[in-house]
Design a protein around this ligand. Structure first.
Ligand SMILES: [Zn+2]
Length: 334
């Protein structure tokens, strides 16, 4: 594959055999040649204003949609470039580039590497639209792909989850949105389908953060839909209530060993955790504060730890309901 500039495109020295109206030509965006360009390829795919020269057989092998498209299309002498037939598809050039790169050279996306969000998004969109099973499966690979979201906002993730749809990602993505301040570094590692990999930090949080947009890499503001904003605002209140009642409720009870200092310490700790400024802490089991081992008596410590563990499991199980989403089984259904 020839080298190219950073966005994978270069201007091609192509000759178009058909005659074109010069005024029309001037109105068109400049034609770009992608770095997905095999000199011995036998078909040219055009998406937006970018051309890709690839192999028809590879496309047919990967996708029954392309296979059918080639069967029904009638070759036209007007639509020939670089000696090859041309097909126009309506997807974004970026999505098509990732799809064609993956179809022709899967090794460009090593399994052990973190994938950029643009690739994940392309795999999910293109894998579904063109029925390319392995792209869709890799795009939704839990734990290995969603950790790679190093160049996207959470809002991008949430919108993509609805679009594709990949609904099982939503509870954790919305939860993270409730827990993270807008100014939080957007690069994150975490398995959005598993609680045990989510952020182990208590974060100071302002409700207004949900209402604002997140700033993308291109400087644009990415906002949640009105529905998702409401889900986050309501979900946050429900999670705070859950944590106060289940994760920290045991702190409100008298010491198991009837020790007055332990009882006072527990009540004081509850006030700190559940008083303003309110913070969502997650996962509760991970957030056991080491100094509590000394603050409370041994019986209260043992009991508190067991409550933390069970409340963590309960929170995860109930997470979709906090955001008015269907249960996990339904969200994970193919
Ligand atoms: Zn105690």
């Amino acid at each position: 594959m020839p080298s190219s500039d950073s966005d994978g495109v270069s201007h091609p020295p192509l000759k178009r055999p058909r005659t074109e109206d010069s005024a029309k030509t001037q109105d068109r965006p400049p034609i770009l040649r992608s770095d997905v360009w095999y000199d011995d390829g036998n078909i040219i795919v055009i998406a937006e204003s970018t051309q890709f020269k690839v192999f028809k057989g590879k496309l047919s092998e990967a996708s029954t949609i392309f296979q059918d498209m080639f069967l029904v299309s009638t070759p036209s002498t007007d639509d020939v470039l670089d000696g090859c037939p041309v097909i126009h598809i309506s997807d974004s050039a970026e999505d098509v580039r990732h799809m064609l790169r993956a179809i022709h050279n899967w090794q460009l996306y090593p399994y052990q590497d973190l994938l950029p969000f643009a690739a994940v998004r392309a795999f999910l969109r293109m894998g579904k639209k063109y029925n390319i099973h392995y792209l869709w499966e890799d795009g939704r690979q839990p734990g290995d792909v969603w950790v790679a979201i190093s160049s996207a906002t959470l809002h991008d993730v949430i919108r993509l989850a609805w679009e594709t749809p990949l609904l099982c990602v939503l509870p954790q993505a919305l939860f993270s949105r409730c827990s993270w301040p807008t100014s939080w570094n957007r690069s994150f590692t975490g398995n959005l389908e598993k609680m045990d990999h989510c952020l182990p930090y208590p974060l100071r949080y302002k409700r207004d953060d949900i209402l604002g947009g997140e700033i993308g890499d291109d400087g644009s503001s990415v906002k949640l839909s009105v529905e998702d904003t409401l889900r986050c605002v309501l979900g946050r209140e429900r999670i705070l209530e859950f944590q106060a009642k289940h994760s920290y409720g045991w702190l409100q009870s008298e010491c198991i060993s009837s020790s007055p200092p332990c009882t006072i310490a527990k009540l004081d700790t509850f006030g700190q955790l559940c008083g303003p400024p309110l913070k969502i802490r997650c996962p509760p089991g991970v957030l056991w504060v080491a100094e509590w081992d000394e603050t409370f008596c041994s019986k209260c410590v043992a009991f508190g730890k067991s409550v933390f563990t069970s409340s963590e499991e309960a929170l995860w199980k109930a997470l979709p309901s906090f955001f008015d989403l269907p249960p996990w089984a339904e969200l994970k259904a193919p």
